[in-house]
Structures are given as C-alpha cells and as structure tokens.
Design a protein around this ligand. Structure first.
Ligand code: ADP
Length: 548
C-alpha cells in the first residue's frame, strides 16, 4: 500500500525568515551595540531588517551571485548582524573569520574559501592592508563604518564604505526562497592540528539549531530577555544567538571589541542584561573586575559557559557570590555548535546542593536533535554508567557530514549508522549526562591508566591562589606519562608547589595527583580562548619530573 503523504505546506527553512519575523513581531525591540569608536549605537529589529535588505541589494550590485562567499573580520555589532542576514538571506555564504588567528592563517582560510568580498571593522584596517596582496580572490573590500571614519588614504584600492553602500539602496528587495539545504555560512575550526577545516552550515541546519538553542533546557531564550553574547560572532556564529534572539524577539546587546571586565560590566548593568554566553577565560576577567571593585550584578540571571570545561570553582563564584546561574555547555564548530547542556531534571529537585552541583558540573544532556554514543577503541558502544570513558561520537541534522572540500568523510559507522567522531573522551551516566574527561589528544596515559587533565585542572582552579591552571602530560620513564600542573598565580597570591599538590589530597585518587607544578606568568591561548595544550607540551618538553 502506498504511504499517505502529509498535506502540509512546503516552506523551505530560510534564515531570512528569522529577521522578517523579528521585524514584524518585535519591530521596536532594541539592538544595542558598543561600537569600535567607543560610543553606544541603538537600533531595533525593524531597522536592522530594512538595512539588511539594502545591503543585500548592494552586494548584488557589487556583482555577488548565489554561492559567493562574503567574509567578515568583525566584532559583535549591529553591522555584523546585518551582514549575517543580508549575505545568507540573499543566497550568498557568510564566512566569519577569527581575527585572532595568525595573519598567515587568515589569508590561508580566505583563499581556501575563495572569499569574494571582505567586510571588516576599523580595528582591522592595518591587518587587512597588510594581507590584501595575498588575497587574490577578494574583489571588494568593505570597511564597516561611515564616511566620517573612512581613512584619508589606504593601500587598498577601491576601499568601500559600508554606510555608503547601504545608503545608496532603496530597500525594495524581496528575500528570495530557495532550497533550504543551500549553504548559509562557513566557519573554520581553529586547526590545532594541521590546517583549519571549514564547516559549511545550511539554512535548514541553522534554523533547526536555532529552534533547539532557544528551548528552555537549552539556552532558554525568550522575548523577556536582554541577551549579550560575549562569545564572538566569529566563534561558531556566537553559538547561534544571532539567530535564536530574533527567533524569540529578545533585546540584543553587543559588546564590540570592548571585552575587558569593566566595559562588559558597565554594558551588562547599563542595558539590564539578563542572559549572556562566553568561554571561561572571559568570565575570569569579568569576575576579577567585579570582585576587586566589590560590585554586584543587578539584572544578570544566567549565563552559558562552554567552549572549554567550566571550572566548578567558577560556577560556585558566579552562583554563590553573584546569584548568576551557570549553564555548562559543550559543543564544537562541526556541531553548529550546540551538543549538550547541563540542566536538572524534575527527579533531581530534592537532591542536596552538593549532589545538584556534581550533576551541573558535567557537560550535560543532549539537546533534541543531537544523538551521542561513547565507543571503545574498536568502535563498540560502551555502557552509560557514568564510569566507562570512551570516544564520543554524535549525529544529527546540524552536525557536519563532511568538511568543506573534504575528500574523505570523517564519519565512522556504528550499527549501520554514520556518526561524527568528536575527538573528545567522555562518560555518560544513566540519566544521559555526558562528562568530558579530555580531548583524546590531551589525556594523560599513566601506566596503562588514563588520567583526566580536566578533572585535575578543576581541582587546581578551586585553590584560592590560582588564577588559571592547565595540566599536561609529561614524559615519564616508568609510567609513560605523568601529569604536570602549570599554574598562573593570582596577582599578589603566594603559594608553593608543595601546598598546591597537598590541595589535591583527598580530592582525587593519590596516583592521579600531578607529579610537579610549574609556575608561569601566562598560559598560551588559542584564537577562541582555549588553553593551547600542544604549545604548552612543546614548552615543557624538556621538563624533568622529580619522580622521573
Ligand atoms: P577548536 O578546538 O578548533 O577551536 P571548537 O571551538 O569547535 O574547535 O572546539 C570544540 C572542542 O572544545 C570540543 O571538541 C571540546 O574538546 C572542547 N569543548 C567545548 N566545550 C567544552 C566543555 N564544556 N567542556 C570541555 N571541553 C569543551
């Protein structure tokens, strides 16, 4: 018998529909941006949608046609948001480049993506002037500013003014409808090993992901919120907030390049921000500023922290001292990025505080749309008992099947299904809470047993004298590898290696306690704010452990 087909409208899931929805239903809801120039700019969803239409017209006038890549080197701000929608909405592909990468990497990525237009903030004019000769595919350079701020002269021939482009159009533009599987944006992984790889998102994947992001057990976005993504729009599309915020019609606040503790705090308070998102390192700066100046958060209710493990000590400070709920999240560029978030279930309501904390410190449960497994080294699924640790694999409609230009599929086959290997090692408990023990390349293999560097870092971070900590594997003649703790002390704090190591006693099995402590003034970070373990291992290659 033939199947009965559904009788619903066939409407492709288009990114432009998000901004059209926000313009219609949240027309006067504000978008506030701290600009590169230092001042505060205010607009709303209605005007943003209109300006996005004008920009789409301008890009067409520059000769952009379906599939062309438009790159950005830009902070979080209203112009960047307009570019997101103008580009994807007009069937072009938005390629957000991380300006914190080395210039050679930026050029490599722009050439790999064959970007045709580059839009950039004033901050990056010197960088772009230097790079331009090595960017043959770029036909148009657009400086994201007005006439008054355009440079008198520049080595970039034909440098265009963003406001001029927008002002010259009338906005009589209808957002086109096309195949929802069309590419909408590209993000490159930071390439800690080898060259960066591009993840190409589609309109469909972005919309499904935005729906999932807004859910209560996910980022929990609503029209009542004032949302400030500290996470940059060049870091996996600011974890979907530029899409999820118009979806719910919330007020959006953008910090521009002003990411220091003082600037962020003033923006949080001034705009009555209720919800934020960022990597642990930005919270370190903000917390320090707020503590040193004995300030409080008066509107901030919750924040998502992810991108690397959120130290439990940071959660405790934010929640106990400042009353800010921390939602620990895990994901990756290849996953758009949301995978799991730590939120409690009804059955946990009666647990005591410590038991709740230990659940919420994990990376959390999957959002509907993501499925996960942990595998042993022969790709056999491991039990969800909270103890067995294995290679974490995922599948779902916003997880990549292939990399941009990828010749070989990264997927592994398990029980006839295709899964994406995350490169992370994790446990999953019977309630489905996943906990990352390490990136597979960061685990410490000590005498045939694995030691989780994240677990040791979390303990070190709870010591009052520790500002930041990293644990790396150090060669050991008997055990193969042993943990070395590398620490940045808090300013004016005094602590010895002995005292730090003693702090681990009773908090972890004796054999897992690091063998040694090295004090440094600074840890190396990646362009997305993660500790660069590879570089750190290189730095301590010759380090001789006292136990060796
Ligand atoms: P890159 O490493 O190239 O910058 P991503 O930003 O996509 O790429 O990083 C994804 C990786 O970051 C994950 O595979 C995981 O190792 C790590 N990560 C992200 N969130 C967390 C978290 N909450 N806890 C531990 N590790 C995390």
């Amino acid at each position: 018998m033939a199947s009965l087909m559904g009788q619903m409208m066939q409407m492709p899931l288009m990114i432009s529909s998000l901004i059209v929805h926000a313009a219609r239903h949240s027309a006067d809801t504000e978008i506030v941006s701290k600009r590169v120039e230092g001042d505060i700019h205010r607009t709303d969803w209605k005007h943003t949608e209109l300006r996005a239409r004008k920009l789409a017209q301008a890009l067409a006038r520059l000769g952009c046609t379906a599939g062309d890549r438009v790159a950005t080197l830009a902070w979080n701000g209203y112009r960047h948001l307009e570019i997101y929608y103008a580009v994807s909405g007009s069937e072009l592909v938005c390629h957000t480049i991380n300006p914190r990468l080395f210039p050679e990497q930026i050029a490599w990525i722009a050439n790999d993506a064959a970007d045709k237009v580059l839009c950039f903030d004033l901050t990056f004019l010197p960088l772009v002037e230097k790079l331009a000769p090595s960017l043959p595919s770029i036909k148009h350079y657009v400086l994201m500013t007005d006439w008054a701020h355009m440079p008198q002269q520049s080595t970039i021939a034909n440098l265009r003014c963003y406001e001029d482009l927008v002002d010259n159009e009338n906005g009589e533009y209808a957002w086109p409808e096309f195949d929802e599987n069309t590419a909408s944006s590209i993000c490159y992984t930071s390439g800690t090993t080898g060259n960066p790889k591009g993840a190409v998102y589609s309109h469909r994947s972005t919309l499904l992901h935005a729906y999932a992001a807004a859910l209560p057990d996910s980022l929990d976005c609503s029209a009542k919120d004032v949302i400030l993504p500290v996470v940059p729009m060049f870091h996996v599309n600011a974890w979907s907030l530029p899409y999820a915020v118009p979806l719910v019609g919330a007020k959006l606040v953008m910090p521009g390049p002003h990411l220091d503790g003082k600037s962020l705090y003033e923006l949080f308070e001034g705009e009555k921000v209720t919800f934020s998102a960022g990597v642990p390192t930005v919270w370190l700066g903000l917390i320090n500023y707020v503590q040193q100046n004995k300030l409080r958060f008066t509107s901030l209710k919750r924040t998502v922290i992810g991108g690397s493990a959120c130290p439990p000590a940071m959660m405790r400070t934010l929640e106990d001292e400042f009353g800010v709920e921390v939602i620990h999240a895990w994901g990756m560029t290849e996953m758009s990025p949301l995978g799991t978030l730590a939120k409690l279930k009804t059955k946990h309501a009666e647990l005591d505080a410590a038991a709740k904390h230990s659940i919420l410190e994990k990376q959390g449960r999957v959002v509907y749309g993501v499925d996960m497994l942990i595998l042993d080294d022969n790709d056999k699924p491991l039990p969800w008992d909270g103890k067995a640790a294995g290679n974490l694999v995922v599948r779902g409609p916003w997880i990549i099947e292939n990399y941009y230009k990828g010749e070989t599929s990264p997927l592994v086959t398990v029980n006839g299904q295709q899964w994406f290997p995350t490169g992370d090692v994790a446990t999953i408990d019977p309630d489905g809470y996943m906990q990352i023990t390490d990136r597979s390349k960061d685990v410490i293999k000590s005498g045939g047993e694995w030691i989780s560097s994240i677990e040791l870092e979390n303990i070190a971070m709870a010591h009052p004298a520790v500002h930041e900590a990293a644990v790396i594997a150090c060669r050991h003649p008997m055990c193969d590898e042993r943990p070395l703790l590398v620490v940045v002390k808090k300013p004016s704090a005094d602590v010895t290696a002995q005292e730090l190591l003693a702090f681990f006693e009773g908090r972890i099995a004796k054999w897992q306690i690091p063998d040694d402590v090295a004090f440094v003034s600074e840890l190396p970070h990646t362009a997305t704010g993660k500790i660069q373990k590879l570089k750190l291992r290189e730095q301590f290659k010759e380090h001789r452990l006292p136990t060796a």
